[in-house]
Design a protein around this ligand. Sequence first.
Ligand SMILES: *Cc1c(COP(=O)(O)O)cnc(C)c1O
Length: 414
Amino acid sequence: MNPIPAVAPFAEIDPPARLLMGPGPINAHPRVLRAMSAQLLGQFDPEFTGYMNETMALYRQVFQTGNRWTFLVDGTARAGIEAALVSLLEPGDPIVILSAGRFGLLLSEIAERCGAEISVVAAEWGQAIPFSAIEEAVARVKPCVVAAVFGDTSTTIAQPMDGIGRLCARHGALLYVDATATLGGMDVPVDEWGADIVTAGLQKCLAGPSGSAPITISERAAARIDGRRHVEKGIASGGDRPGAGRRIASNYFDLAMLMDYWSERRLNHHTEASTMLYGARECARLVVEEGLERRIARHLLNGQAMARGLEAMGLTLFGDQANKMHNVVGIEIPAGVNGERVRAAMREEFQIEIGSSFGALAGRIWRIGTMGYNCRKDAVLTTLGALEAVLRGEGVDVRSGAAVDAARARYAEG
Ligand SMILES: *Cc1c(COP(=O)(O)O)cnc(C)c1O
């Protein structure tokens, strides 16, 4: 046997007061943190199941949907993506994936594990995918599922969703959308889009921590999933018939079982992550209280102020600005500047975190978010002022004060 090394008890967690202005996670709203410090309840306690029902009702507002099946998957945003795809796809099913960034690649990675026949409609990172290319692929492939990312934070581009739902309905395909980075910050009208499953996470515009994945499921998608229903032994008390289809390959992410758990029958599956549910519920309460329209306008205003400030500094914004997300901006790292040194100085001297990016964009762009709790004028102005100082320190020719002035001018326009 190996000896167990002795360990000091370490200090209580006491994180530094950072301002998280990257592409997520961002600082949680204090109300969300307070909700998450509440005491636990048993998962079938009527008070707790009441909170579950309230959470479903609140997220119907956030997703702008009448979908009965609107609830939480326990896990980070990726858990929602995986639950959707593994519950929809059987081996050999054709899927069309819209891919123009890291999270488009993730859809392919998961669909491949499901054994699906993948057709990718791609665009260069930083560009949106033209509708004509999507139309052509769907007509040619006749997929069971079309999967898209609305707001790929890796590139800061929001794929236009107009017409995709109708296209899918015309060809008998279900539409899945990853709205992790946009829900609560941009317009995500699930029913109007005709999207069948949409998933998200809390750590972007919803102002919470990662660890809970809100999901909404149309009747059409629920019927397909129900056809793959598998009845777990020792759980149901008679009358439960398995569906005729091949059972879903994952137990934890089996949406048929999760729907049973969130239904009035409360068929036991996992133990609901109570603390995450408290947090997710508070995130949605904040959205409903503020009003979606006002919240989206706030994200647009602060995102524009940030972008104006960066441009006034003489920096070049990355990607197709006509399709830029409201809540994240990409900036090309000026030639000769060490991007990681700038990020380190921002963090060490100003306690501000900004992001880098992935793959081909690693070392090429920074990403700055204005999301959720940090989607505020003071956070924008402080970040611009700090970045200007750091860049000047790195020898970049930046006109002093221009960034903050330009952002303030945008706020003055209202
Ligand atoms: C941030 C982000 C995710 C994150 O997934 P996690 O599992 O919560 O890390 C997924 N999809 C998109 C589009 C994102 O922007």
